[in-house]
Every structure is written in C-alpha cells, then in structure tokens.
Write a protein that binds this ligand. Structure first.
Ligand SMILES: [Cu+2]
Length: 143
C-alpha cells in the first residue's frame, strides 16, 4: 500500500466519522425538540406530530374506552376546551395518569368513568400506574 492509498483510506474514514457524528447530533436535537413540544402551552410546536403518532393517526373525539388492558383509541385528538371521558370496561382497576403530573384519575373500578377538560393545546401522554405498558396520548389543538 503506497502513501497515496493510505491517505485516501484515512480521508474516507474521517469523512465517515464526520457523517455519523453529524447524524447523531441531529437525532439529539430532534429528541430535544420533541420533548419541548410535549410540554403544555406550546401550541404551535405541539401540533407537530411525533413519529410515533404518525404511525397511528389520532382519532378525533372525546371518549376513550379502557378495554382489554388498552386505551381505545390510543391516540385521541380534540380541540382545546374539550372534556374527555375515559370509561373502564375491564374487570380490573386501571388509572389514567398523565406523565407531566397534571392529573391522575386514581384507581377506576369496572364501569367507572373519569373526565378531564383540556384547556391548553399540546400533546399529553398518559398511562396506567397499575399496568405501565398501557399508554395513551391526547393531542389537543387550538380551539
Ligand atoms: Cu391498568
């Protein structure tokens, strides 16, 4: 291998590292943007759906059924000012607990409902404290 070949190889490796490093920085930047947009009160950025939401588009409505250890629809969309009602159809208790701490239904027995009125636009993630794999999202748009 002559020195010219070695020089080219080194150049290719350095270029590759630069590309990978640049992509990594971009991913971190996008994560920060998503984290910021999930905060309440960031109306405009909150309308940008995250990649997870793009896979299953949120359904417009104001009712979520809790059934067979899941929230249906998993992604709900509504306008600011909407009161959303969750109804537990399972025989076991579930909760509707928001990740940002803004509300928590407590344990909901079979047949019980929980209501929450969304005043601010944004994307609000919630889960069940008893079964943390049960997750849902409410996307609130400007009224
Ligand atoms: Cu549960």
């Amino acid at each position: 291998m002559d020195s010219a070949t070695v020089g080219i190889l080194v150049g290719v490796v350095v270029l590759g590292l630069l590309v990978v490093g640049g992509a990594g920085t971009l991913v971190v930047w996008r994560r920060q943007r998503q984290a910021a947009s999930s905060l309440p009160g960031r109306g405009v950025s909150g309308r940008q759906p995250s990649p997870a939401l793009e896979r299953t588009a949120p359904l417009w409505g104001s009712h979520v059924a809790i059934r067979q250890f899941g929230f249906h629809p998993e992604h709900l969309q509504c306008a600011a000012g909407t009161t959303v009602t969750w109804t537990n159809h399972d025989d076991v208790q579930h909760t509707v607990t928001f990740r940002n701490g803004m509300a928590d239904s407590g344990l909901l027995p079979h047949g019980q409902t929980y209501q929450y009125t969304f005043r601010l636009p944004g994307t609000f993630e919630y889960y069940c404290t008893v079964h943390p794999r049960m997750v849902g999202t409410v996307v609130v748009t400007s009224a």
